[in-house]
Design a protein around this ligand. Structure first.
Ligand SMILES: [Zn+2]
Length: 291
């Protein structure tokens, strides 16, 4: 059995929107957009070459950042990879402050029936605090619905933490401390805290992973060569950490090379195996094993 890459931003030629194309043509990336866009078949070849069993692909709405990526995008991406259902896990989502309660219910059900493997909440790109459902915050029922739905349907929820360099990102929402409320209010929910609050809230993120049984650390976007600088006590949380490359995010252009670098991190071998194999396999199921 191979490895699992639980966090990528793979964009397919057939499902790219105008807004996404424009963003990926911009100066955040240093390679031509044509090189960033792939087919599902291309990805399967890359995975075979890298000994990766399956990848998690982020396909959640991003109205505020790119305009035309909505809840429908998730469905299109799932349909694009259906022929390779054992190689992809598609991560959907709904934009809670753009939709009514009924619309949120509609899209969660529709995405679930299509086969999402997880739900993503991106506080920094959606401009929402992860705990905005709380009465002392915004009382945002749409957000509460997501967590309830995910708990009831056993879907893990990824929550982005840390800063983003995307235009229109609001980094104040990137503080992982707001996830503490979610872990307390939804104890049966599996929370995947993406990026460990990189780079300014890493100690908060580390402590939450240690003390909250349902918060897992997604290590994506932290360069493997610098991993132990950022997370010196990585081995201590190896039962609760999962690997992700963030490919093809700015700076990560080779899914295999990133994994190879990760495998070289000087912590015990069994800790590495848990992070790139056992833990993600338990938490994130590919499209084929959803039902
Ligand atoms: Zn990401």
């Amino acid at each position: 059995m191979g490895f699992i890459d639980a966090h990528t931003h793979i964009v397919f030629k057939d499902t790219v929107t105008n807004g996404l194309f424009k963003l990926m043509s911009g100066e955040l990336w240093r390679v031509p957009v044509e090189k960033l866009l792939v087919t599902p078949r291309d990805v399967v070849s890359m995975l075979d070459d890298a000994n990766i069993d399956y990848v998690g692909v982020m396909a959640f709405p991003l109205r505020k950042i790119v305009g035309d990526v909505t809840e429908e995008y998730t469905i299109k991406v799932i349909n694009a990879v259906r022929d390779y259902a054992d190689r992809f896990a598609i991560i959907g989502g709904v934009e809670v402050n753009e939709l009514s309660i009924d619309e949120v219910k509609y899209w969660l059900n529709k995405q679930y029936e299509s086969g999402i493997s997880a739900i993503k909440i991106h506080p920094v790109h959606h401009w929402v605090k992860p705990n905005a459902y709380r009465p002392e915050e915004q009382n945002l029922k749409q957000l509460e619905l997501i967590y309830q739905f995910a708990e009831d349907h056993r879907l893990p929820v990824y929550i982005h933490t840390g800063t983003s360099i995307a235009p229109k990102a609001r980094n104040k929402y990137g503080d992982p401390i707001f996830i503490d409320d979610v872990s307390v209010d939804f104890p049966r929910l599996t929370i995947i805290m993406a990026h460990m609050g990189r780079p300014i809230w890493m100690s908060t993120a580390f402590q939450l992973v240690r003390i909250r049984p349902n918060i897992y650390a997604d290590l994506s976007s932290i360069p493997p060569k610098k991993m132990l600088e950022y997370v010196p006590r990585l081995a201590e949380i190896s039962d609760k950490a999962i690997y992700g490359s963030d490919y093809p995010g700015p700076g990560v252009y080779d899914i295999k090379a990133n994994l190879q670098e990760f495998l070289k991190i000087p912590i015990p071998n069994d800790s590495i195996k848990k992070i790139v194999d056992d833990n993600p396999r338990k938490i994130l199921k590919p499209l084929s094993r959803n039902r």
